[in-house]
Design a protein around this ligand. Structure first.
Ligand code: GLC
Length: 542
């Protein structure tokens, strides 16, 4: 057996700084809850804290360690909660502060950590700060946001575009200035060069940490600080507003709008606050190109603790792509990586990987690989059930991004969770805010719990096996060369392998199987199957 080693955890080589290797998230498995669609406690068709708290025992049973809850703040819901109108309150539709306290208490009782989404890049235009800022150039809150005079031709001040496509600037008729928004016009970007904004968010963090939350998932973590002079980005190719949103984004080299070096200073400050509470800072570090910039945000261990790598949501099912999806960030970022194949923002991986049972087999095998990588793997609600993207009619869709980007699939990933094989799937007794998307009884937690061979029980066993492998947490990452078409890597004495080829392959190594996605005991993998094996001491010589 040949191996190729990467220093996958620079941190662990640095001796004296090893203190941060023993944090509670070092070997954790995470789970994302999209609160609107998880469990509805009051029958209004919208998931809420009351429902969620009731269902937390499912997550304890599943074996995950940390739960991330998407935004629940008062919001006009233009972007379904990612447009926050008040950072220290709860939208009535989700419950009250007391309900948050009860949820935190129940999570802790069950041994779960609970982190919440914080949205610092932008607020809602209904936030009191923006309402004030709009009053005029002299308003004390004007500088909470990013304003600029029109270009000489009266158009936007520079060529920046938004993540949802289209120009990132909207003209405020009253003042004659444009304001910046990397998302919807109703999500104005905050000005992180203004100390008042920095101070305000220190208070927001402490507000929630004092209530007992265990950390934050930081929305759009790469983008907080913008170029001081608001310079245009170099253009790399043709751009127009009718292109698919990611094509629009990729038409520019984003050197001035995101990943500015000063952003790390914000997270260093937050890191000191988090340290008082032993809290986790998990960044939505969304960029697939500027690895040096991402590396700065996480690798020192003194800023973000973990940053998500999104390559796993943008790849096809073949050995080469899987390898490069893992190797690219491991080689360049090396510390503090978060991994996920699903989220509330992308079509579900079962559908992306081929759909039906083929897609389910692949998604489970891919989950097995993610469980072995250096960093924190996250599941997204329903992934444990092998759910495909929901099927929705165009008229059912509610995502503001969907209209211009029909294939974007955010609604399809957000259909309600399926708990029981009854009307309303145990999600709600009312009309759900988004249809169930064609789910069947076999898609529910209750039905799958009773079947030892279900996707749910297989995910549960996988998580349990990974939990017992604490020795891999800081072990180097080494590629293992076995049969062609097999993606395999080793951490300590454990090998994680997936057969991505169309034929059955034998794993040529002396080892004991700890977990396999399919059936059988032999060291053989059918197509799309994966296994975790422990090497016999004699096979450990590389
Ligand atoms: C993040 C969220 C996404 C939201 C966007 C703007 O990417 O995951 O749902 O639309 O930020 O806040």
């Amino acid at each position: 057996m040949k191996t190729i080693t990467f220093d996958a955890s620079r941190e662990c080589m640095t001796g004296p700084e090893m203190t941060h290797l023993t944090r509670w998230w070092d070997h954790a498995v995470g789970y994302e809850i999209y609160i609107r669609s998880f469990a509805d406690g009051d029958g209004d068709g919208i998931g809420d804290f009351a429902g969620l708290t009731e269902r937390l025992d499912h997550l304890a049973w599943l074996g995950v360690d940390v739960v991330w809850i998407t935004p629940f703040y008062p919001s006009p819901m233009a972007d379904w909660g990612y447009d926050v109108a008040d950072y220290t309150a709860v939208d009535d539709r989700f419950g009250s502060l007391d309900d948050v306290d009860a949820c935190v208490a129940r999570a802790h009782e069950l041994g779960l950590k609970l982190i919440i989404d914080i949205v610092p890049n932008h607020s809602s235009d209904q936030h009191a700060w923006f309402q004030e800022a709009r009053q005029g150039l002299d308003n004390p809150y004007r500088d909470h946001y990013i304003w600029a005079d029109p270009a000489a031709d009266g158009g936007p001040p520079n060529n920046w575009i938004g993540y949802f496509g289209g120009p990132a600037w909207t003209l405020d008729e009253a003042s004659g200035q444009y304001y910046l928004h990397l998302f919807l016009p109703s999500q104005p970007d905050l000005n992180w060069r203004n100390p008042a904004v920095i101070d305000a968010f220190d208070d927001v963090l402490r507000f929630w940490l004092d209530r007992g939350v265990d950390g934050f998932r930081i929305d759009v973590a790469q983008a907080l600080v913008k170029d001081r002079e608001l310079r245009s980005n170099p253009q790399l190719g043709p751009w127009d507003e009718t292109m698919y949103r990611w094509e629009q984004w990729d038409a520019f080299d984003h050197v001035h709008d995101i990943l500015q070096p000063e952003t790390v200073d914000i997270y260093r400050r937050w890191n000191r606050i988090a340290a008082d509470y032993d809290a986790l800072l998990l960044g939505e570090t969304y960029d697939l190109h500027r690895l040096d910039g991402l590396d700065r945000l996480v690798s020192g261990g003194d800023a973000l603790h973990v940053g998500f790598w999104f390559g796993a949501m943008h790849m096809d099912w073949n050995a080469e792509e899987i390898r490069s999806t893992f190797e690219t960030p491991i080689r360049s970022i090396s510390a503090g990586l978060g991994w996920a194949q699903n989220s509330h923002d992308e079509h579900r991986s079962v559908s992306r990987f081929g759909g039906g049972d083929l897609g389910r087999r692949r998604a489970l095998t891919f989950a097995l690989l993610l469980m072995g990588l250096p960093g924190v793997p996250f599941l997204y609600q329903g992934e444990e059930l092998g759910l495909e993207s929901g099927t929705l009619r165009p008229e059912d869709k509610l995502d503001p991004v969907g209209e211009a980007n029909p294939s974007s699939g955010r609604d399809e990933a957000r259909t309600p969770m399926t708990w029981e094989p009854v009307e309303g799937f145990g999600f709600s007794t009312g009309t759900p805010w988004l249809p169930y998307g064609g789910r069947q009884a076999a898609d529910t937690v209750a039905v799958q719990r009773d079947d030892p061979d279900s996707w749910l029980n297989r995910h549960r066993r996988l998580i349990a096996v990974r939990k017992d492998l604490a020795e891999i947490a800081h072990a180097p990452f080494e590629w293992v060369e076995t049969a062609p078409g097999v993606v395999a890597f080793r951490r300590h004495d454990v090998v994680f392998a997936a057969n991505v080829s169309p034929s059955t392959v034998a794993l040529d190594m002396g080892a004991t199987v700890l977990f396999r996605t399919g059936a059988g005991d032999a060291l053989e993998l059918a197509p799309d199957e994966g296994a975790i094996v422990r090497l016999d001491p004699a096979s450990m010589v590389t």
